[in-house]
Design a protein around this ligand. Sequence first.
Ligand SMILES: [Zn+2]
Ligand SMILES: [Zn+2]
Length: 334
Amino acid sequence: MSIQHQILGAAGRDNALLLHINTGQSVDRLLFDCGDGVLAGLPFAEIQRIDHLLFSHLHMDHVGGFDSFFRCTYNRESKPNVIWGPPESARILHHRFQGFRWNLHGETDVVWRVCEVGAEAVTRTRFALREAFAAAYPDGARPFTGTLIEEEAYTVEAIHLEHRGPSLGFLVREPVRRNVDRGKLEALKLPPGPWLKQVKHPAPGQTEIAVNGTRFSVAALQAALLSEAPGDGIAYLTDFLLDDAAMARLVPWLRGCRVLVCESAYRAADADLARQNGHVTTIGAAELARRAGVSRLLLIHLSDRYPPETWPELLDEARAIFPRTEFPRGWGLG
Ligand SMILES: [Zn+2]
Ligand SMILES: [Zn+2]
């Protein structure tokens, strides 16, 4: 199980995050936001394999590349077609779905679902390719619990943020990792062997494990041998007001997160502008990373108001507070 991340888009331009989650059995792909040009470097087949597209919000710099995504996936039958976003996503995406002349698509039974993540509920709307996306059908709702996607190998959580309108932050987490403590195994004088796999992952309903002909209870072996470590976690936070209230909610929410991908649209000196526009400064992002105790901070979404020669100064502002701050590797900016 591993989570690999790739920041899409260039410095000072639209950005997005692509995750490859290797579960051991398969690779799931999650795309967070889809601004102009962010998919340019990705092969057609790679875009076609994206399992979920999740929008933080629907400002143009996060949706402008949607046509490129849809070009590769509009008639996809190999996976469920699911898009997530804040309220109003269905209305806005309905326009995007309808923004083409549809007369060559035949009778394929492809549906798209847009899941709007509200404060109280996740509301689904369904659209059908065979009718040229003419209608938006209500497709059920469930209470918002904080978790959007729950797979065996990972979960995707969302948090509501303020950006002169709703914006969503996302956190992808592995479950807690359970490892056999070798010291405890030696202390019990039990021989290592394949039975240890059953201690970590017992079969459904299994209550006993045989070790050298002796039967032990699964629960007792787990209590005696396993140690737990937090799983990998990566967060994507962009376009939000980072005031005291948001900081107080985000710090505990990010606990255990390894990599924080966070916007830093503004320099520290432009904190007033950042606040007015519902954005984060370099030092705001760094302070959040420091308080949350993440391992690495990746800064994205630099405002195009700053000329490229000043970008290293933005990085330095953040590093003064949180030294393990970086720009995405592909930007070549250190
Ligand atoms: Zn933006
Ligand atoms: Zn925005």
